[in-house]
Ligand binder design. Sequence first.
Ligand code: Q9C
Ligand code: ZN
Length: 671
Amino acid sequence: MGTALVYHEDMTATRLLWDDPECEIERPERLTAALDRLRQRGLEQRCLRLSAREASKEELGLVHSPEYVSLVRKTQVLGEEELQALSGQFDAIYFHPSTFHCARLAAGAGLQLVDAVLTGAVQNGLALVRPPGHHSQRAAANGFCVFNNVAIAAAHAKQKHGLHRILIVDWDVHHGQGIQYLFEDDPSVLYFSWHRYEHGRFWPFLRESDADAVGRGQGLGFTVNLPWNQVGMGNADYVAAFLHLLLPLAFEFDPELVLVSAGFDSAIGDPEGQMQATPECFAHLTHLLQVLAGGRVCAMLEGGYHLESLAESVCMTVQTLLGDPAPPLSGLMVPCQSALESIQSARAAQAPYWKSLQLQDVTPVPTSPSTHSPEGRPPPLLPGGPMCKAAAPAPAPSSLLDQLCLCPAPSVRTTVALTAPDITLVLPPDVIQQEGSALREETEAWARPHESLAREEALTALGKLLYLLDGMLDGQVNSGIAATPASAAAATLDVAIQRGLSHGAQRLLCVALGQLDRPPDLAHDGRTLWLNIGGKEAAALSMFHVATPLPVMTGGFLSCILGLVLPLAYGFQPDLVLVALGPGHGLQGPHAALLAAMLRGLAGGRVLALLEEDSTPQLAGILARVLRGEAPPSLGPSSVASPEDVQALMYLRGQLEPQWKMLQCRPHLVV
Ligand code: Q9C
Ligand code: ZN
């Protein structure tokens, strides 16, 4: 449905006119670097370009006092000395004669973006703006921010579009205290912020940035703070924060709109943040948010001061908004101890207000002396084992930074090939109905060991599946759907795994729903992670062979995906994903769509879905749409997980956490 890019060149006008080491990093080149890179990558051209308009006095008045707005208006006519004197009355602020115009354009850009998304003109978008907004308060400029762009957009979405639930995700490395203050008693706005905190020793040095600030009055539980107490947080830490804290609450909240305070000072190389997350991580964060609110995501630029890192991260965000699959994450996926402590204390602080966090073990942990600096991370899994060969060790920070220039955008446009002509459905526009089939002799050779593949229908389906799989492994097709007779599902899946492993896949994740057992002849070499959802009981037969019953309630299904499937998948870092809906899978369309949509974040989106031939056209259709990058439908208000669902998850976590560190959402107790 399209991605909007809202911008106006005038926003490059405001700049620092005097000497101030604190403010000099907020400069016009931030916008031009991001925009130039978007053009270079051909991403700008794929967006609906909107020229930013100025926000009106009334619109600014949604969150700011009239006195403050007129004060900022007056800066237009001040001389340099007066501007400097006024700037000194605020913390980390400079005014320029163009500041008022730029700040009104920045707020207006956010309003246009929200209007475009909520009227259905586009699915999502990014507003590239300066000055940023999230530190700005009702009557105060702060931290380079003049008007609170995201807060104004949220207030507007409530007032003009009648929305009742808006999620704000602030991934900037600073605490957006301005947004927090404006909505702290408002249960219709869920505000999530992670930020460099260092136990209160980092700017803006606020007690209320800590995890125990959870909102007030009616808004209790609708402010979620995740303070980072060390620098050097990386991809694993950010993804773990989303899986174990933000997303459980976000699904339970069921937002109608997601606003992102998209600051990229949380990316590697940034002088303010001192964090380690690579630009690809922002593709994953964006992708993880796109499963919410029917994909209505509006991102607005906040901070980001390392031009290279900023430009690359902006590209990753826009590329993902456009529906391209996220590039795989680099580095070992092991969250650090300090991150786990922070995530755990935020979960504990929020648990009283969120069903999705209750029942699980969220007792507060004593803060242990920090044992893991970013350099001193835990050793890799299974020293000498298959994981070591498979996953490259995390490169040193400097070489990670060098790689910024070397990560190409995915070149393959997402396509889905269907192999079952009898599944007649309305295909999304760019989804290809595959005609091709593997050579007959070759298909027969693969089928020979399997009795259930002897029948003609099974052979025909297998031939098409093999052809599709080869297209994916060659990089001609990104993702696909194949159908097979129910009686041949297990054997077909077995062949698909063998073929994938022998034709280029290094690590293959297989998510098997329903009654599908792990193929007995599958090698135990750590190259296949087998995950069965729909087993009789929870069992971890090895770290690469996991079974769990199909959760009965939506809440249980969500915690299974967020608390088990995705942590295992992100830890494993597959380059091919097979998801098979086997006999008795019992999955409803929206649940299947959500699973497929989220698995698309792995393996560069190389996901092959295997269906039974008698699946409904609706199921095939919904999977085709999410695999090409459309948002899955919202699940609506989710029921809680049943005690059995919770128990299965807790049991498996206990078994697997020592090997799969992405499962952890609490640090090891230091006794
Ligand atoms: N070295 C935004 O990113 N200075 N504002 C902190 C600590 C103020 C950041 C000094 C940083 C403001 C939107
Ligand atoms: Zn910032």
